[in-house]
Design a protein around this ligand. Structure first.
Ligand code: SAM
Length: 262
């Protein structure tokens, strides 16, 4: 906590630095990771979640962009076996980190400015444990939304490839220092265990294209890839809008497009 005090005045806005200080939230997040597990933490900062995690896990890899915090954790790793540090941008380091350290869990109070692209990357990894991720409330609600909801979108589809999504916590701005302007939510992603019928990268490509124009029909968005007739053939009403299609429909679209191109 001393480190948190030192950095109170110098939180970097550009790095989305809002440090968690709510004790119950810190407890809930760290307790969700089983004793003896292996984990990656994204953006440990001064360590509100990192220290309690280190009490529980066998191995922890932290990925941090801020030089001050990266060097703190590098120092700490000298005395704590099983703690590894990746100093850099998580968007670039994540794949290598998962490949090298094979974590069961990923935890992070995510920097809000990159949470969308980061989640699209994270959701492509089937972890055996799961993920505990903090978002600004609007983004978290988009991820949790189901088809038909106004906020349902690409991320809502992508996270369902490997995971069930559940809200663990909702936190007011005062839970952080400095306080952000918005509320936050913590989501728990746990593996649903079903084998996916299509490749994640192919699904991601379709979802990206399919949601370009939310107000247009799926037939319109898929122009050049699948015709209205082909959509009807796979049981999808071509007049529906992308936000009305559930995960399974997106998988069917992906498979049909793939079958067409190979
Ligand atoms: N985990 C700490 C907590 O809960 O108090 C800090 C969370 S703060 C919201 C986000 C953290 O992510 C900061 O430590 C920040 O420096 C780090 N960060 C921001 N952008 C990053 C990036 N692109 N790659 C890695 N870390 C990043």
């Amino acid at each position: 906590m001393r480190m948190l005090e030192n950095h109170k005045q110098t939180a970097k806005k550009a790095l989305g630095q809002h440090f968690l200080k709510d004790k119950k939230a810190i407890w809930t997040i760290s307790e969700a990771v089983p004793m003896g597990a292996s984990a990656i933490e994204i953006g440990p900062g001064p360590g509100a979640i990192t220290e309690p995690l280190l009490e529980r896990v066998q191995s922890l890899t932290v990925i941090e962009k801020d030089d001050r915090f990266a060097s703190h954790w590098q120092q700490r790793s000298i005395e704590r076996a099983g703690l590894s540090v990746m100093h850099g941008d998580v968007l670039k380091e994540l794949e290598g980190g998962i490949h090298t350290y094979k974590p069961e869990w990923i935890v992070g109070n995510l920097p809000y400015n990159i949470s969308g692209p980061l989640t699209a990357q994270l959701a492509g990894h089937a972890l055996s444990g799961g993920m505990i991720l903090m978002y600004q409330r609007e983004v978290g609600e988009r991820i949790m939304a189901g088809p038909g909801s106004k906020v349902y979108g690409g991320l809502s589809v992508l996270v369902r490839h490997y995971y069930h999504v559940k809200r663990l916590l909702t936190l007011p701005p005062g839970a952080f220092s400095p306080p952000p302007k918005v509320h936050s939510v913590v989501l728990l992603l746990t593996p649903h265990g079903n084998s996916p019928k299509c490749e994640y990268a192919a699904l991601q490509k379709m979802v990206r294209k399919g949601f370009i124009h939310r107000r247009k029909t799926i037939a319109n968005n898929m122009k050049g890839l699948l015709s209205a007739e082909q959509l009807a053939l796979i049981g999808i009403d071509p007049k529906l809008r992308p936000e009305q299609l559930g995960y399974d429909a997106w998988v069917e679209i992906t498979l049909a497009t793939h079958a067409k191109t190979t």
